[in-house]
Design a protein around this ligand. Structure first.
Ligand SMILES: C[S@@+](CC[C@H](N)C(=O)[O-])C[C@H]1O[C@@H](n2cnc3c(N)ncnc32)[C@H](O)[C@@H]1O
Ligand SMILES: [Zn+2]
Length: 466
């Protein structure tokens, strides 16, 4: 890429660290937020380009990997993201929750849901006659094809659906009433087109009636938790499982990774699985507990909100109220990729809705024809954010930006944004991924790795003119 011209390469010894991305440790497996960056690479950069105790800024914080690694390496951090669910995941990751209270509340919820769970997902095992728990029900369109059970005697077993079982009607009559739940009209953005085509008009229609009853119960039970940190950790676990409780789970269990929301858009596969929300929520609870333990054992001391870190939900176009000019020692950030990149705002709507959060997508750095955001809007907003980062950064400070795109125009927008902001490109290094992602496998045109660009804020005005 000829646009990737360095103004002055860094001296040997000052060059960026070259580390192969490691797979995600438990602390980054709490939630499947998109675009997570490998913590070990982030940590190596923070250690190379900032001093212990320095303030590290992430303008597009996502699930908070940069903030977490800043704290783990003895720095302080500010994480900013427009998306409320991103802030929530980040908060849970860095602030943790009392493990004993978390475990106690999780089993209290399980206990409170026992009867409802049996009513919704209890089924007699045809092989041994014992009562078992439904793991999933496979559907083709609205017709149930088979049931997978977890039987105490037979283990995992598959059997035919029982004729006339009212629970197998996705529209659901003859089921317990659905508790309080968000039932907003569907927002028809770019990534909801497939749903609109299928005639969906409300968010609640993403669930079968049975699963809507279950997820509404779970959310209600979480709301009743009095310890705020534990409640947030449970809410993040709940949101991490939520897509698995929708009709967006294709019946393709033979493909790796277990049943999950596989596409970066909302959709309704024709053959699909209705998973048991109680089970999948429990899985997420375990992951959260592991993640919190991982973070807690690695932190030198518990991080203090306000002193060691701040988490801000808002746009990075203006940082004046958040960080004083020149107060930031290092910036590490991973901006949205524009073009055909992930639509973070739209794809997070389901989570935000169920977490009682609203996001103002207007200010999102994105290219989105349905939201009428052009490439120019993308470039303009990105430039504003990078200019704000430049102001926040101390003179001579470094700013590392990770980026990937197939489109040269989008690349140019990023480089131009940093240049206009007054940042000089000092190094560009490919990130070696630990495992190729789906896009990389499917598309030859996709770049095989992100590039990690490191810029510097010149020490004086003179060096900009040069
Ligand atoms: C590529 S993701 C960051 C992922 C992150 N590196 C991680 O490890 O999880 C980009 C993020 O930018 C956020 N974003 C988009 N526009 C923004 C804006 N104007 N201000 C702050 N954040 C914004 C999105 O919500 C999204 O979470
Ligand atoms: Zn059995």
């Amino acid at each position: 890429m000829d646009d990737l011209e360095l103004s002055r390469p860094l001296a040997p010894g000052d060059e960026p660290p070259r580390v192969r991305a490691a797979t995600f440790p438990p602390r980054y497996r709490i939630h499947k937020y998109w675009g997570k960056k490998p913590g070990n690479v982030v940590a190596a950069y923070i250690e190379r380009f900032s001093e212990p105790g320095a303030l590290v800024l992430d303008l597009f914080a996502g699930s908070g990997v940069v903030l977490a690694e800043s704290l783990l390496t003895g720095r302080r951090g500010v994480a900013i993201d427009l998306n409320p669910i991103a802030g929530l995941i980040t908060r849970v990751t860095v602030e943790g929750a009392d493990p004993a209270v978390f475990a106690a509340e999780a089993s209290r919820i399980q206990e409170a849901g026992r009867d409802l769970r049996r009513a919704l997902f209890g089924e007699r095992c045809d092989r041994c006659g014992v009562d078992a728990d439904i793991v999933s029900t496979a559907f083709e369109g609205e017709r149930a094809l088979r049931i997978t059970l977890d039987c105490a005697r037979c283990g995992t077993t598959v059997q035919a659906p029982r004729a006339g079982d009212p629970r197998l009607d996705p529209g659901g009559s003859g089921l317990p009433a659905v508790g309080d739940h968000p039932d907003e009209a569907l927002y028809v953005g770019w990534e909801m087109r497939k749903l609109a085509r299928r005639g969906l008009t409300r968010w609640s229609e993403l669930f079968t009636r049975r699963n809507l009853v279950a997820v509404a119960f779970l959310r209600r039970a979480i709301e009743g938790v009095s310890d705020a940190k534990v409640r947030r950790a449970l809410l993040v676990s709940f949101s991490a499982h939520l897509a698995q409780s929708t009709r967006m789970i294709g019946d393709s269990t033979s493909r790796g990774g277990g049943p999950s929301w596989k596409l970066n858009c909302y959709w309704l596969p024709t053959t699909w699985l209705e998973l048991n929300p109680f089970r999948y929520f429990e899985n997420r609870i375990k992951r959260t507990a592991q993640g919190l333990a991982d973070m807690a054992t690695r932190l030198p001391r518990p991080a203090r909100d306000g002193d060691d870190y701040r988490i801000v939900t808002g746009s990075s176009e203006r940082l004046g109220d958040v960080v004083a000019a020149g107060s930031v020692g290092y910036v590490f950030t991973d901006p949205p990729y524009g073009g055909e990149g992930i639509q973070y705002g739209e794809l997070s709507m389901l989570w935000n809705l169920w977490c009682g959060e609203a996001m103002t997508m207007e200010r999102e750095v994105a290219f989105n024809p349905v939201q009428k955001k052009t490439e120019t809007d993308y470039a303009r907003r990105l430039t504003e954010c990078m200019a704000a980062a430049h102001t926040a950064l101390s003179a001579g400070g470094f700013a590392t930006v990770t980026f990937a795109n197939k489109d040269r125009g989008v690349w140019r927008a990023l480089l131009q944004a940093c240049k206009t902001a007054g940042l000089e490109l000092r190094a560009a290094v490919p990130m070696t991924p630990s495992a190729p992602n789906l896009t990389n496998i499917l598309s030859d045109a996709a770049p095989k790795a992100d590039v990690i660009l490191t810029f510097q804020k010149p020490r004086s005005k003179r060096s900009i003119d040069r």
